[in-house]
Ligand binder design. Structure first.
Ligand code: NCD
Length: 349
């Protein structure tokens, strides 16, 4: 009988370009920093593909999920990401709506830190809530969605998923279709895609498009609330030649009344359908951050069709969130985490 082969420990990932104490949005991320996350996510995918997908890299660290809004994918994938890396993971839901009171949010973040949280992953209905928490605790804060403002970890997993199919996003036509104005995913995607050099197009009815997205519509020297992109109200025009189409849910919970004549009319004009995708690049990818409403923003057949990589986005979300937890764990008051070795004994060598 031959001795079981012990594989060499995975080397410590190269994270020299990473500077962030928190992940609040991608507006302050350089392309090199985004690439650091995506490269590390590749390493995390390897860990996830192991027969026993567990490494002790974050043993002794504590990740707390604090979700003031509903979530399926984001919360479950952060929980799994922490557990695969060996961290203790505690998840709390705060469903009551009255937590708009800044004090209670600050107190909660401080309390979680006092209990031992190294990283707090936070989703909140108020734009800016994670920024407030970051100012008042020395735990690392990850924004898992704040109001209509930002959802940086979704954007990073979107970029990662695109990069797995196209080596580079430089010059790739990426079209976001739907409720851009109320979508935190769209906002963070725009920053990330702009940093990666993609040709970004947003498409939707005028009532669901934020103002000032076209470079020509901006006052000179104004600070940009979002990167300048191509704006289309005609979906066929927008999709023509697209390498990636991202369909977005109507964020009805954040809309004021009167923005759309009817759901039926919206679907007739803006639903992503097979007939419309026929104008895209032959190798196009179809994405959606979920949860999707088939028959409204996306047709059921294309959502599960050959070009759809919607499920792959969800899988990649675990790897990207592992990469972020790993990077953040080394930035606080705690020492940098060790390698991605399979066991503590390997890591100590
Ligand atoms: C998104 C969100 O919560 O912002 N979902 C997600 O995290 N995958 C998008 C949405 O709610 O439509």
């Amino acid at each position: 009988m031959t001795a079981a082969r012990i594989e060499a420990p995975a080397a410590a990932p190269e994270v020299a370009t990473w500077q962030h104490r928190h992940v609040l949005d991608l507006d302050d991320f350089t392309r090199a920093e985004i690439e650091t996350v995506l490269d590390l996510a590749d390493r995390m995918r390897e860990v996830l593909d192991r027969r026993i997908a567990r490494v002790p890299a974050l043993r002794g660290y504590t990740v707390m999920n604090l979700f003031y809004e509903a979530s399926t994918r984001t919360r479950a994938s952060f929980e799994l990401a922490g557990k695969v890396l060996g961290a203790d993971v505690i998840s709390l839901s705060a469903t009551q709506a009255s937590v708009q009171k800044g004090e209670s949010l600050i107190d909660t973040a401080r309390t979680l830190r006092a209990i031992g949280a190294d990283v707090i992953v936070m989703r909140h209905a108020a734009s800016g809530a994670p920024y407030l928490a970051a100012r008042h605790t020395d735990a690392a804060i990850v924004n898992a969605g704040d109001g209509a403002h930002a959802h940086p970890t979704q954007a990073l997993l979107d970029l990662y998923t695109m990069r797995r199919h196209f080596d580079s996003l430089e010059g790739k036509r990426v079209v976001l279709v739907g409720d851009i104005a109320h979508s935190r995913v769209a906002r963070s995607d725009l920053w990330g895609l702009a940093a990666m050099g993609a040709e970004v197009v947003v498409c939707g009815p005028p009532t669901l498009l934020p103002r000032g997205l076209r470079a020509a519509d901006r006052p000179p020297h104004a600070a940009a609330a979002l990167p300048a992109v191509e704006v289309e109200t005609d979906i066929d025009h927008a999709i023509a030649g697209a390498h990636v189409v991202i369909a977005l849910r109507l964020q009805s919970e954040r809309q004021q009344g009167g923005l759309l004549p009817s759901l039926h009319e919206y679907a007739a004009l803006y639903q992503v359908t097979a007939a419309r995708l026929a104008r895209a690049h032959p190798d196009h990818l179809l994405m959606h951050p979920g949860p999707k409403n088939e028959g409204i923003e996306i047709a059921g057949d294309v959502a599960t069709g050959a070009h759809s990589i919607i499920e792959e986005q969800v899988t990649n979300g675990v790897a990207v969130r592992m990469a972020l937890l790993y990077l953040l764990a080394g930035q606080g008051t705690r020492p940098a985490p060790p390698t991605l070795a399979r066991t503590d004994a390997e890591a100590a060598r």
